[in-house]
Design a binder for this molecule. Structure first.
Ligand code: NOJ
Length: 615
């Protein structure tokens, strides 16, 4: 896709460039107080794996994203499903996962593979039934794995009953649930040639807003003689969050699942709920993107301040449920100060865990860069008013981190370096299925094989997101143990022969074992899950190192070599307040580091990770 645009665009790093996401529209109804009370208070009471008894479970938790189509097929149709996920809870428990976030499993025409929801209150038959969901939630409790759902609030499917009614006539009571506009005459002053491409009945879209997935963000509906706004595919009309009825309905959908015992939600595209009521053109940036649309900024379609009022009400609604239910945000933001607003700043009354996308998705420098990581990690640990950071490197929208940060030679070690960063700060860790075994992005090589629509329309500049969504690699056997059906919805990458759970479980030096080891260490050591971080050796361009300390108990030193050549370091703890000079290795991915006892002249092999306690 196009080159990254500064805030407030979201940035998806892709092999062919990066994609830009934009946003939602209008109407001027004002909000009323919509605080709902829980209908049933079924807490998801589970033994917390956590750390300090007073901490809510999600603090320092390991959250694991599952793309349900791709995790485990239990009925042989070549598509992953809910019972498949349930069958893998034992594996997730053994990995030390505290919660899984399941990408949308609701009924959907699957244009955007579930992010186009046609009914928020059950499961898509291709994934299972509501009873299967209840079973998954119940089994999750047995395995101490909480269930988080993906809540798509910005838009519905165009096949949702609400939109079917809304688009039937201007007087339908649901009409104002979406964002409609009459457009303007095609011969009005200032109408661009681009806008004229979307002319219907002599009218063109009201402004230059471009859909993230290609074309104008406005779609004409002859029955109402109006355009509706869609930030994403035209099959994903944006809801009108200025209409209080929308908030009431969507909070109701959340309560439906909270009542069934889910532990919280990952909020999709959450900064995009509102658009400029004046519909001002977004500033033009010049050039075109991979879909051939003009590049525009998104200042009038993303991260508008109104969204925070909704989030505060949502937090209050969720807080009425027992069991520390959590709200996680898909928050691509330009800087830490902006991220802090999503926590509610000093009031701490918005999301508990907006994702920090500045650490794992730099946008402009996706290579291992010690100075950049040092700065970002320190910032998020110190500049969010004591809120809890959430670090993430991978998801279903981006080329896998192992390929973004990897050099093609030391990818396995580099994946371990990323894991070391992910698990050795007090931040909550969010990982993506397959990250723990070093699964690679397997991008389609032919347009006719692409499933993700943006990869079809954007080919060859944008090849879509299939590459990071390939089936989980469980074994070296047929279909990687994912399915009994030889026709899986995406092909099984040939790499499954060597990169899979079965093989890596038997290799004490594997990425899988490294992930497990770090997760277990973090659980056990207060310094690792709650320690204050002090960066060490801060002018070193090649090695990232820090010490973590709670002030009582042993401190922990972490060092990672970001280069392909050995690096010798001497770490001085003087400024950190940590006493002690001798160390004991807790985890090292290279045998040469296992007997290290001092912080002087420690040689880190290429891309080595080292974790040690200070005596
Ligand atoms: C963000 C999701 O992660 C992505 O997969 C989806 O296409 C868009 N939101 C639209 O829902």
């Amino acid at each position: 896709m196009t080159s990254p645009i500064p805030f407030p665009s979201r940035i998806w790093q892709r092999s062919g460039g990066s994609a830009i996401l934009l946003f939602t529209a209008l109407l001027t109804l004002s909000f009323g107080g919509l605080l709902a009370t829980p209908r049933v208070a079924t807490a998801q009471a589970q033994t917390s794996s956590a750390t300090s008894p007073s901490d809510p479970w999600w603090k320092h938790a390991v959250v694991y994203e599952i793309y349900p189509r791709s995790y485990q097929d239990s009925n042989g149709d070549g598509i992953g499903d809910l019972n498949g996920i349930t069958s893998r809870l034992g594996y997730l428990q053994s990995l030390g996962v505290d919660a899984i976030w399941i990408a949308p499993m609701y009924p959907s025409p699957q244009v955007d593979f579930g992010y186009d929801i046609s009914n928020y209150e059950t499961a898509d038959p291709q994934y299972g039934t509501l009873a299967d969901m209840d079973h998954l939630i119940a089994e999750g409790k047995t395995h101490h794995v909480r269930i988080l759902l993906d809540m798509v609030l910005n838009h519905t499917s165009d096949k949702h009953q609400w939109f079917i009614e809304a688009s039937s006539s201007r007087t339908n009571p649901k009409h104002n649930w979406y964002c409609w506009n009459d457009g303007k005459p095609a011969n009005a002053p200032g109408v661009t040639a681009y806008q004229k491409r979307f002319e219907h009945d002599g009218r063109v879209p009201p402004n230059n807003w471009v859909s993230d997935f290609g074309g104008s963000a406005w779609q004409w509906v002859p029955a109402v003689h109006q355009f509706y706004y869609h930030e994403f595919y035209k099959q994903q009309p944006d809801l009108n969050w200025r209409n209080p009825a929308v908030e009431k309905a969507m909070f109701g959908a959340m309560q439906f699942w909270l009542d069934r015992g889910v532990a919280g939600f990952r909020l999709d595209a959450i900064p995009n709920l509102f658009e400029d009521p004046q519909l001002r053109d977004n500033p033009v940036l010049g050039d075109t993107n991979a879909q051939g649309d003009p590049k525009v900024s998104d200042i009038y379609t993303n991260n508008l301040p109104e969204v925070h009022d909704v989030i505060r009400r949502m937090r209050a609604m969720v807080a009425k449920y027992p069991g520390n239910r959590v709200l996680i945000g898909e928050t691509y933001l330009p800087n830490t100060a902006e991220l802090d607003k999503w926590y509610g700043g000093t009031a701490h009354n918005e999301l508990q865990l907006p994702m920090d996308m500045l650490i794992g998705f730099h946008g402009d420098h996706d290579k291992l860069n010690a100075a950049a990581f040092r700065q970002h990690i320190e910032e998020v640990e110190t500049q969010i008013h004591g809120s809890q950071p959430l670090i993430v490197f991978d998801n279903h929208d981006n080329v896998r981190a192992i390929d973004r940060y990897g050099d093609g030679v030391h990818d396995d070690q580099i994946n371990k370096v990323l894991a070391t960063m992910l698990f050795t700060t007090k931040a909550t860790s969010l990982m993506y299925y397959g990250e723990e075994i070093g699964m690679h992005t397997t991008t389609p090589t032919r347009r006719e094989d692409v499933k993700d629509p943006i990869g079809i329309t954007g080919w060859p500049k944008e090849k879509g997101r299939d590459g990071e969504r390939t089936p989980m690699q469980w074994t070296a056997g047929p279909q990687a143990g994912f399915s009994t059906n030889s026709h899986t919805w995406l092909p099984i990458p040939p790499s499954h022969k060597t990169i899979n759970v079965a093989v890596e479980s038997k290799d004490s030096n594997s990425e899988l074992e490294w992930f497990k080891q770090l997760v277990a260490l973090r659980r056990d050591l207060p310094a690792l899950h709650s320690g204050h971080i002090t960066m060490l050796d801060t002018s070193n361009p090649d090695v990232l190192s820090y010490v973590l300390s709670t002030g009582t108990g042993p401190a922990v030193v972490v060092a990672m070599n970001f280069t392909a050549t050995p690096k010798t370091i001497t770490l001085n703890l003087a400024g950190s307040g940590v006493k002690g000079k001798t160390v004991k290795t807790l985890a090292a991915d290279d045998a040469s580091l296992k007997s290290t006892t001092t912080l002087k002249n420690v040689t880190l092999p290429p891309f080595a990770s080292w974790v040690a306690s200070v005596q």
